[in-house]
Write a protein that binds this ligand. Structure first.
Ligand code: FRU
Length: 509
């Protein structure tokens, strides 16, 4: 009898819970909470950090990510999963990789093993192979330093289910605290895999014929670049430019970014299958805003390289004032080489596929600003998500102000005397949830041209600024107490705006 009652209660609890979660899923499916990004990837519920395992295969872009399925703060990491046919609209998929006795699943990459070097493919099928860090919290608590190792898993059903390799870990820890975030790519010239690994304050390169046995090739970075924090989430890939191959090494670090907290630096140079040799010793930043971190590129996209970043910062990621979910991804960005004089730089631009969510374009045209000018397209309506593209003939001071009727405002501007762009979110709404969030952040203007061309992508709680040929970019979060409903251009100088277009964007959900 006792057993029967227990059984009935269990079944009832299950049905009740199932219904509750089904309702919750439906309620949030459209993701309509005040701060919910409309054109950026977010999981329906709970915590997300780094993008992981991005691979393009058979017409699908896969995006895995650091995910805590039971909480909206960081904790035991799993790999969440989303897929897309056009890199803009995302389908939320079931969790892909779960923790096991070797540890939780930290950041890493995935490849399409076209030549079946791993032998995981059956009947001519190409295996997708994920290479990731396993983090053993118990070893860390026991004060050991070998708690992070690299493991692999494979999928034969388009990333839906993953089988862990029974020889894991494939790369043991030599006794170094921070030993993680493997980014693997195929090095065509010598037909081998290269693993780019973040090892505390440097990068180590490893090579492998089959993704299972790894040999150390070289170290890079101890005496070069920014070292304000631990090096994490690297990436290495070639870009063609002017008939030449330029190798790009992305290195994320936390803290130590130009505007505080976590950020992404890069190096350009040569890679010979074993060693990376940089062209210059200057520190270069891919992004100056505080809210683009851990960005790496999709594998198997040919010569085109597309990156996505985590749109947050470890300074306050666990405290941002959202409900149900916490954090999300940036707009995917195409990376190319651009030159200032003869010097190559890494440029980012929103992927061209974003054109598919363009709803309505309003050409505001040419005008002068002397003081403030309201350019709100339809007063009183919710305006985000939208894109604003504009050009000024000559560089002069100006501001773009997004505001609401509570007096909260986000100011995006250019300071001619300092030759820098800035985003000021000190009065943007909720800013006191964590010290370090409020602030005015700056980016140098890396361009020798007179003319200024800017593209802003604004969602319900973020802005992404692209200017100077994609060499000055900034990503910032904001949390107004009421949505911004007004857009103004402001200048103390008499500024001629040559072109201004406002593009309303459609939600991707
Ligand atoms: C970067 C990072 C990685 C690590 C992961 C853990 O944001 O710290 O180095 O693998 O997050 O979630």
């Amino acid at each position: 009898m006792k057993q029967r009652v227990y059984y009935i209660v269990t079944v009832l609890v299950f049905i009740f819970n199932f219904n509750i979660s089904a309702i919750a899923q439906n309620k949030n499916e459209s993701g309509d909470e005040a701060y919910r990004p409309q054109i950026h990837f977010t999981p329906l519920n709970n915590w997300v950090n780094d993008p992981n395992g991005m691979v393009y295969y058979a017409g699908t872009y896969h995006l895995f990510y650091q995910y805590h399925p039971f909480s909206s703060v960081w904790g035991p990491m799993h790999w969440g999963h989303a897929s897309s046919k056009d890199i803009i609209h995302w389908k939320r998929e079931p969790i892909a990789i779960y923790p096991d006795s070797l540890g939780t699943i930290f950041s890493g990459s995935a490849v399409a093993d076209i030549h079946n070097t791993s032998g995981f493919g059956k009947n001519g099928q190409v295996p997708l192979v994920a290479i990731f860090t396993q983090h053993d919290e118990k070893k860390l608590q026991d004060k050991r330093n070998d708690f992070q190792t690299q493991s692999i898993a494979y999928s034969l059903d388009s990333g839906r289910s993953w089988i862990k390799y029974n020889g894991n870990p494939v790369l043991k820890n030599p006794g170094i605290n921070d030993f993680r975030d493997p980014k693997v790519s195929w090095y065509e010239v010598s037909e081998k895999w290269i693993m780019t690994l973040a090892v505390h304050d440097k990068i180590s390169f490893y090579s492998s014929p089959d993704l299972k046995q790894w040999k150390k090739e070289s170290d890079f970075g101890l005496d070069i670049g920014a070292h304000g924090g631990v090096w994490e989430c690297p990436d290495l890939f070639p870009l063609e430019s002017n008939g030449k191959t330029v190798w790009v090494l992305l290195v994320n670090l936390n803290p130590g970014a130009p505007n505080g907290g976590s950020g992404t630096q890069y190096f350009l140079g040569d890679f010979d299958g074993s060693t990376f040799t940089p062209y210059t010793t200057n520190t270069r930043w891919l992004e100056y805003g505080p809210d683009d971190y851990a960005g790496v590129t999709w594998s198997n996209t040919g010569k085109r390289k597309v990156m996505i970043g985590w749109m947050s910062n470890w300074m306050y990621a666990n405290q941002v004032p959202t409900s149900s979910w916490r954090n999300g991804m940036t707009i995917p960005r195409e990376l190319t080489i651009k030159y200032i004089g003869k010097e190559p730089f890494l440029s980012s631009a929103p992927v061209k596929e974003i054109a598919s969510i363009q709803k309505h374009k309003k050409n505001i045209g040419q005008f002068y600003v002397n003081g403030k000018k309201d350019i709100t397209p339809e007063t009183g309506k919710l305006i985000a998500p939208f894109r604003l593209n504009f050009e000024l003939e000559a560089s002069k001071d100006f501001n773009i102000i997004l505001s609401n009727d509570l007096g909260e405002q986000l100011v995006i501007g250019y300071d001619k005397a300092k030759n820098e762009y800035f985003i000021d979110r000190t009065k943007s709404g909720q800013v006191n949830f964590k010290e370090g969030f409020a602030g005015k952040h700056t980016a140098p203007r890396l361009s020798s041209q007179q003319r200024i061309a800017i593209s802003l992508i604004v969602d319900r709680s973020s802005v992404e600024l692209f200017t100077a040929d994609g060499l000055s970019t900034m990503t910032e979060l904001f949390f107004p107490n009421k949505p911004y409903s007004k857009i103004e251009v402001e200048s103390k100088d008499k500024v001629q705006i040559n072109k201004m277009e406002f593009i309303l964007l459609k939600s991707i959900w």
